[in-house]
Write a protein that binds this ligand. Structure first.
Ligand SMILES: [Zn+2]
Length: 476
């Protein structure tokens, strides 16, 4: 296997502090000489995953995984050693010499072939879009007012007839097993090879570095299904990628990143000047996608559809992102079913206004809570107050807590004093029970100061401040 020199690998290792790298995925908290957090490789409620800055290694006492910064990246991103070295070199601005081929096993060779097939297919579809026989696609694009720049940024294309792509790939010298593995061509019972995507508008799906790993294809007439997506294969795992991230990332590290449901939401917003947008790929948000979001932006704005399914998607995504310590806002949209429809109807300025007014997690949860209660009834009003107090009690920052109490008291016409009284009751009993827990389970010593907790200010998450009072890792 071609590889980099030991000196170069060592330079890359030394230029990437393991605590900084792991902090992008795991919320770490210092305890003595080491850092601890919830293990990303097994399910756990109390932290047994440790990182040693002195030795530059990690180890999980729960499931036994361990290693250095390269091992961590390989495991968490599902990449090979050379790819891990490349990723970390890029991060540290270290120039690497070009390797002929970083594949040595049959599996890696097949993977690199499939990526090549995808690249050729993306170009083929994109060029096809401009041909006279692709009129139906051109009309759709005109109707959607997609500019040439947008078409190029996303490399949108149009798939041809019967086996055009298959013929093209054969001409390029690919073998049938490689072509079939890409999922772009199927073999029927009669032994014929037929393109999977025919007469569809094509959206290449890229990884964060811009390599085409799969496709989504949309019909332009009434046939079903409306969308088909590449099957998962050696080069593509849908839960590990986000549509549009490679385009959004061109602006560097983002202050805000919007997450929407569909390809067309991403493209339509991009077309209208909102370029920091991504979409999960036909799945509920996964933990890996959560890491990608957290790694690339300071604040995540959930902008799913305004229907019931969208609401459920928001709640599921909240669960995942909150556990990671992300700063989250929830976009509230009325008068349109999705961001695509909204921005077309009301324009860029009003959509930006929605972003500015997006709710905090607490405000969102209080709103949902209220929808299910009748505040005219005394019982429900008491219940509402109790639940609000529970939510606010989890906010560690007292100033933030105060802001929420003010806001909620005003909006829902509840007395501030009543909320304070309930919150104080809860924070007092919380502190007591956590102290008991601590004594029973002395895994990690607490009493840390806030600045010790978050080493790099980049990773400082507003809603994830460690409570200096009782040492509990708390977030909203
Ligand atoms: Zn573990």
């Amino acid at each position: 296997m071609p590889r980099y020199s030991d000196e170069l690998i060592e330079e890359v290792r030394q230029s990437n502090d393991i605590v900084d790298v792991i902090s992008q995925y795991v919320h770490l908290k210092r305890s003595g000489r080491n850092y601890f957090g919830l293990c990303p490789f097994h399910n756990e409620k109390s932290p047994s995953f440790s990182v040693s800055p002195d030795k530059q290694i990690f180890h999980c006492f729960g499931c036994g995984v361990g290693g250095n910064v390269f091992t961590f990246l390989m495991k968490i991103e599902g990449i090979n050693f050379v790819e891990a070295v490349q990723t970390l070199a890029e991060k540290a601005n270290i120039q690497l010499p070009t390797l002929e081929n970083n594949a040595d096993t049959a599996k890696e060779i097949l993977k690199s072939k499939v990526l090549k097939v995808n690249e050729i297919a993306a170009n083929f579809y994109h060029e096809n879009l401009y041909l006279p026989e692709s009129k139906i696609a051109q009309e759709y694009i005109k109707k959607r007012k997609l500019s040439n720049e947008t078409l190029k940024s996303f490399k949108i294309g149009f798939s041809g007839k019967f086996d055009e792509l298959y013929q093209k790939l054969k001409k390029e010298g690919f073998q049938d097993p490689e072509i079939l593995e890409s999922g772009l061509v199927n073999k029927n019972e009669r032994g014929q090879y037929i393109d999977r995507y025919r007469n569809r508008l094509m959206f290449p799906i890229c990884d964060a570095r811009g390599k085409v790993i799969a496709f989504g294809g949309r019909v332009l007439d009434d046939s079903k299904p409306k969308y088909i997506n590449s099957p998962e294969n050696i080069a593509y795992s849908k839960g590990r990628n986000l549509f549009g991230l490679n385009v959004a990332k061109k602006q560097g590290h983002l202050q805000q990143l919007l997450i929407v449901e569909g390809y067309m939401d991403v493209i339509s917003l991009h077309q209208r000047g909102i370029t920091n947008v991504v979409a999960p790929l036909g799945t509920a948000l996964t933990q890996q996608q959560g890491w990608l979001l957290r790694k690339n932006a300071e604040q995540i704005i959930l902008s799913f559809d305004s229907d019931e399914a969208g609401l459920n998607a928001k709640i599921r995504a909240l669960d995942i992102l909150q556990d990671m310590g992300c700063d989250i806002r929830i976009l509230q949209m009325e008068g349109a079913k999705d961001p695509d429809e909204y921005i077309i109807k009301y324009g860029n300025a009003r959509f930006k206004n929605l972003i500015d007014k997006a709710l905090s997690v607490i405000e969102f949860k209080v709103k949902i809570l209220k929808q299910n209660l009748n505040l005219e009834s005394t019982n429900d009003k008491i219940k509402f107050l109790n639940e609000i107090a529970k939510l606010i009690a989890k906010v560690d920052n007292s100033i933030e807590r105060e802001v929420y109490i003010e806001k909620i008291a005003k909006e829902y016409e509840i007395s501030k004093e009543a909320i304070y009284a309930e919150v104080n009751k809860l924070t007092y009993s919380d502190a007591k029970s956590e102290k008991i827990l601590e004594r029973a389970k002395p895994v990690i010593k607490h009493k840390e100061s806030e600045e010790q907790v978050s080493r790099s200010s980049k990773n400082k998450r507003k809603h994830y401040i460690i409570n200096t009072f009782n040492g509990g890792i708390k977030h909203l």
